[in-house]
Design a binder for this molecule. Structure first.
Ligand SMILES: [Zn+2]
Length: 282
């Protein structure tokens, strides 16, 4: 499932190919993703120029020249692919994947296909003036790479929660964009057990956790960016790339911490896998 770094990588890719371009035609092959596309979807997007492509948490926000914003959430398996421009294959009906649900034909000939095998993704259209009151965005917590996220903010919220810190980190109302993978990775870096109750984390550890979260996200974005460059000539798919994870999906492997001879364990917390090292995460 894409988390903040994957969505940010998609944003950068789309920005490069869509920003400043007009939308000439939209082909909708499936009108129901997680929900039905809005009725005015094509009418409000066709012949408009894409002015900015932003991100909030795991949501992409594409603003067009008439003031509407296309809100996209990739769900579990959503991705975009680029066609019919320099270095990418030509998009035609033979090449259309059966999971390409919405295909954007830009004024300059570039084609952007939204693909989503499980159809848990979201596409919605709202006026820019309603962004701040749009329910999924309104309730989002701070951006972990933004200025609002610091030791003080984190400690304030940690002190008010008795849930395990891993579950705390997944709460989008506190920090936006962190999912299962980067929660495990950040806790390992900060040397904090995922089972530790939030309010029992010290000021000093909270500071380490802020740094760990920022570092894992920034490194993942960086590696996504470099993978994107290599990947472009293959298919132009944005959003999925292989990272070297230190604990995620590493059950049974020796701990990567050079001062530790522990082994990575997998536990299940509220139905989701958590990977951690019981020897160096306390
Ligand atoms: Zn360890």
């Amino acid at each position: 499932m894409p988390e903040l770094p994957e969505v940010e990588t998609v944003r950068k890719g789309l920005q490069q190919y869509m920003e400043g371009q007009s939308i000439g035609k939209i082909e909708v092959f499936t009108s129901k993703l997680r929900w039905e596309l809005p009725e005015s979807f094509e009418k409000n997007l066709i012949n408009q120029t894409i002015t900015t492509i932003a991100r909030r948490g795991k949501y992409l926000i594409l603003e067009v020249s008439n003031g509407h914003c296309l809100i996209v959430h990739l769900g579990m398996t959503g991705s975009f692919a680029i066609f019919s421009t320099n270095g990418f294959p030509k998009y035609d009906n033979c090449r259309r994947d059966k999971h390409d649900h919405v295909v954007f034909h830009l004024g300059n000939g570039t084609v952007i296909a939204y693909n989503d095998p499980r159809k848990f993704g979201i596409m919605n259209l709202i006026p820019e003036s309603e962004l701040s009151i749009y329910p999924p965005l309104k309730t989002l917590g701070v951006e972990p790479l933004g200025n609002g996220f610091d030791e003080k903010y984190l400690k304030y919220h940690l002190d008010r929660r008795s849930s395990p810190v891993k579950n705390f980190l997944l709460d989008q109302k506190i920090i936006a964009g962190i999912g299962n993978i980067y929660a495990s990775e950040a806790l390992w870096r900060a040397g904090i057990s995922p089972r530790r109750k939030a309010y029992r984390i010290s000021q000093k550890k909270a500071g380490l956790l802020v740094k760990a979260i920022r570092d894992v996200l920034n490194e993942a974005i960086k590696s996504g960016g470099s993978t994107l460059r290599n990947y472009r000539s293959v298919a132009g798919n944005l959003g999925y790339f292989q990272h070297q994870f230190c604990v995620y999906d590493q059950e049974g492997r020796p701990c990567n911490n050079e001062n530790c001879d522990g082994q990575i364990n997998r536990i299940v917390q509220t139905g989701r896998s958590t990977f951690y090292c019981p020897s160096c995460q306390k």
